[in-house]
Design a protein around this ligand. Structure first.
Ligand code: AHR
Length: 631
């Protein structure tokens, strides 16, 4: 009978250039439990993700970085007859860790002819009406008098907000200023940050930061529009700090967490493998506060003795300091005030310990051709488990001789490969370690994915959901991209932004739909179709009984499908449907056209077993079927 039905489907498909299919869902024998942490976020400093991105601080190069011969992104702005010069000064400095300041010599200046230096910001300094910006300046001076900090329009030269320090003293001191824009200031990004002087003299600058209002009003916080976009994804966890950013090109350029905590002005900063320096103003505690703000669990990746250009540390005594460092890091997250590193966290302003269940040892260690990962993993594993037996430890590649708690797998694929592999986990042996798909993406479209990629992603996510008894976590990468010229290092990133605006790609909306409609039980389903570009998953919320069906039609033909519960008393009559569809595979969203492809909501009221439901070509559909929909 089923065979006959299938033959009819095939002939129907040939006649109408339309895919016909049926989906039956078994309501009595759930396949397993959906992992409560299935969908999360992966992050690292790439594509100006924090600097010029999520980290709200606005000055580019807030501290002066050793090794540079020019104070990058700073420039001189003498007005009228004013004269000034600047240079990096290795003999006068505030911090032993930096051993550098910016010396500014004001040779000539007065009230009309001010001597000034500017900072270009990250593709401009954004200004908004009726907004307070906090400037933090570590400086000392000699006869230079007071300093004025302003946000100045590049187009008109007008000051949009400004404030003055008292006369700069001879000793290092931190000056804090509030710069308030007026209610009539238009929203703009073509602005610079300016420090100006009206008296000849010398000033040394060590750190200059400008913070706008941030998410949850944090002092050293995150950009509000981006946090709101991320909150929409309902992420359960954050995997940080990388990625390659954890490893660095060289051991000395790894994410050395102890240099990323404490007063932001005291953090030396470091070079990231993605070609630009990190101020580390967004450091370990800021990652954790990000988790707290979005109710995500931290998934902490610890540096494990391998860096990208091939340097590694052999297991044994030489690796011990790095293992100790990881244990200190775990203590910084989880220890109370009686522990050394827990007390540091308390001192840094966060009395409560953070929850921690998963720790990842390294990143993509299959690149380490020395074969040292087996030994390195074992050394970290034993030491961490000895002190923290409840922690679940993640290996970044297969380890000989031991079974890690979790294995991290990464997949960057084209859409065709995603379609072809959407069921790769359906038959995976459940005796192995749990799986964390810690980086994945369909790489079609730049700087952000197009509709073809969203379809590849959605097909892939149906496979993640069907197998979420074994796949305990998954996260797309990279997450963020600054779309200004030169902002992107990695094509195809989930969320784009410039200095003022942000947008979600079609792939972003696909994830929002999937993670907001999931439940906790995986239901068995049977999809009958002759089309390899139709995908499904079925899950249920055990408390409410609501069933979620995801039906992805990645084909250019429409899909006609009969949907019914296979067992159980339920009959279905109606469903709420969310649909994301594209007019073509290449259609996409962009910073100027952010809402070409966004979800729409509709209703099905004829969900009987013989009724045919129609789904558009190139569409991702979520059906929410409430238990009372059959009554
Ligand atoms: O997501 C971009 C990079 O891809 C990550 O840093 C790395 O882990 C992977 O190779």
């Amino acid at each position: 009978m089923r065979f006959l039905f299938f033959c009819l489907l095939l002939s129907g498909a040939a006649m109408f250039a339309q895919t016909q299919a049926s989906l039956t869902v078994d309501l009595e024998h759930p396949r397993g439990k959906v992992s409560p942490m299935l969908y999360g976020l992966m992050t690292e400093e790439i594509n100006y993700s924090y600097e010029g991105g999520l980290y709200a601080q606005l000055i580019r190069t807030p501290e002066f970085v050793p090794g540079w011969d020019q104070p990058a992104h700073w420039f001189l702005m003498p007005r009228g007859t004013a004269q000034l010069s600047f240079q990096l000064d290795k003999s006068v400095y505030r911090l032993d860790g930096r051993k550098l300041s910016l010396r500014v010599d004001v040779k000539q200046a007065d009230g009309t002819n001010v001597a000034a230096l500017g900072n270009e910001g990250y593709w401009g300094i954004p200004a908004r009406p009726a907004t307070t910006y906090t400037a933090t300046i570590d400086a000392k001076g000699n006869g230079v008098g007071a300093m004025t900090a302003s946000i100045v329009s590049n187009d008109t030269g007008q000051s949009l907000a400004s404030a003055n320090t008292e006369a700069i003293g001879a000793e290092w001191r931190q000056y804090k200023l509030q710069l308030n824009t007026g209610a009539d200031v238009p929203i703009s990004s073509s602005n610079r940050f300016v420090l100006s002087f009206q008296h000849p003299g010398t000033v040394w600058l060590d750190y200059v930061a400008l913070n706008p209002p941030a998410f949850h009003n944090r002092e050293n916080g995150t950009r509000i529009d981006l946090m709101e976009k991320l909150a929409g994804m309902k992420p359960a966890f954050l995997r940080f700090p990388g990625g390659n950013y954890l490893e660095g090109d060289h051991i000395a350029e790894r994410f050395d967490w102890k240099k990323t905590v404490g007063n932001p002005a005291d953090r030396p900063g470091h070079l990231s493998p993605w070609g630009y320096p990190s101020s580390d103003g967004f450091g370990l505690l800021e990652f954790l506060e990000w988790c707290e703000d979005l109710h995500m669990q931290p998934v902490l990746a610890v540096y494990a003795g391998y860096s990208l250009k091939g340097e590694h540390i052999d297991p044994g005594p030489k690796l011990k300091p790095y293992v100790d460092d990881a244990i200190d890091e775990i203590e910084y997250l989880t220890g109370d005030a009686s522990t050394k590193w827990g007390a540091e966290r308390v001192k840094d302003g966060h009395p409560e310990p953070f929850p921690l269940t998963y720790v990842e040892i390294g990143n993509e260690d299959w690149f380490d051709k020395s074969g040292s990962y087996d030994g390195r993993f074992a050394q970290f594993y034993k030491a961490i488990k000895a002190k923290y037996p409840a922690l679940r430890l993640i290996a970044t590649t297969k380890v000989n001789g031991m079974k890690p708690d979790v294995l991290d797998e990464h997949y960057y694929r084209h859409a065709d490969e995603m379609f072809a592999n959407a069921s790769q986990y359906d038959k995976t042996d459940r005796k192995g370690p749990k799986i964390f798909v810690g980086e994945w993406a369909t790489r079609e479209g730049t700087p952000t994915p197009d509709m073809n990629a969203a379809l590849g992603d959605a097909a892939w996510m149906t496979g993640l959901e069907r197998n979420s008894d074994m796949i305990i976590m998954s996260c797309y990468a990279p997450l963020l991209v600054n779309v200004n010229p030169g902002g992107m290092q990695w094509a195809t990133d989930l969320i784009g932004y410039d200095t003022l605006r942000t947008y979600g790609s079609p792939s972003y909306y696909a994830q929002v739909l999937f993670s907001n409609h999931i439940g906790d039980e995986i239901l068995n389903g049977t999809l009958q179709t002759n089309n390899a570009r139709v995908f499904y998953s079925s899950t249920r919320d055990s408390k409410s009984g609501t069933v979620y069906l995801k039906i992805v039609n990645a084909d250019t033909n429409p899909l006609d499908i009969k949907i019914k519960p296979e067992r159980g008393a339920a009959t279905w009559k109606s469903a709420t449907v969310w649909t994301l569809k594209g007019g073509s595979l290449a259609q996409t969203n962009s910073i100027d056209k952010p809402e070409q492809i966004v979800p729409s909501k509709s209703q099905i009221d004829n969900l009987g077993p013989d009724a045919v439901q129609h789904f558009a070509p190139l569409s991702i559909n979520i059906l929410e079927i409430r238990p009372d929909s059959g009554r």
